[in-house]
Design a protein around this ligand. Structure first.
Ligand code: HEC
Length: 136
């Protein structure tokens, strides 16, 4: 963890197994390599996939799809928190990451709750809008 405890950008538990990759001597601190607009093209695509799976109640592997594409939104948002932007902006990227992870978790629950999935999806949408409606 590099953030201070009071930070709104505190990172969730890393999923990568082991820390070997980070110990590599030539490994540099993570830096995004594309413009935010490209990252957003990915956000839009993944968010749309979550919405499609959510509304298509008959689709095969529907919950798996919701979990997977919510994960993609979360990881893209995770990358988003590493841009050289103001703290308030990065906190909004982190909020989207948190909600996307919650949605992915809800889709993988032993007994998935449809109402909870819908609520989290709306919450996710609002987190996107919060940043889009801001001055950034
Ligand atoms: C912390 C800020 C922030 C959050 C959170 C955020 N966005 Fe964005 N988004 C931006 C910015 C900034 C742009 C404009 C990028 C540009 O054109 O330079 C943008 C643009 C977009 C675009 C247009 C991209 C294009 O093709 O140019 C889409 C689609 C998009 N966002 C989807 C999403 C979705 C879906 C979410 C939530 C899952 C989301 N965004 C969350 C900041 C954010």
């Amino acid at each position: 963890m590099t953030s201070t405890p009071s930070s709104g950008i505190t990172e969730p538990t890393a999923r990568q197994e082991g820390d070997k990759a980070n110990e590599h001597p030539e490994r540099k601190p993570f830096q995004p390599v594309v413009e935010v607009s490209s990252l957003m093209a990915g956000h839009g695509l993944a968010f749309g996939k979550v919405g499609d799976a959510l509304s298509n109640k008959e689709a095969e592997h529907r919950l798996k799809e919701i979990g997977k594409w919510s994960d993609v939104v979360a990881e893209l948002s995770n990358v988003h928190t590493r841009y050289d932007r103001e703290r308030a902006y990065l906190e909004m990227a982190a909020a989207t990451r948190t909600i996307a992870l919650e949605l992915a978790g809800a889709a993988r629950a032993a007994t998935p709750d449809e109402a909870a999935l819908e609520t989290l999806f709306k919450k996710l949408d609002r987190s996107c809008e919060a940043c889009h409606d801001s001055d950034y």
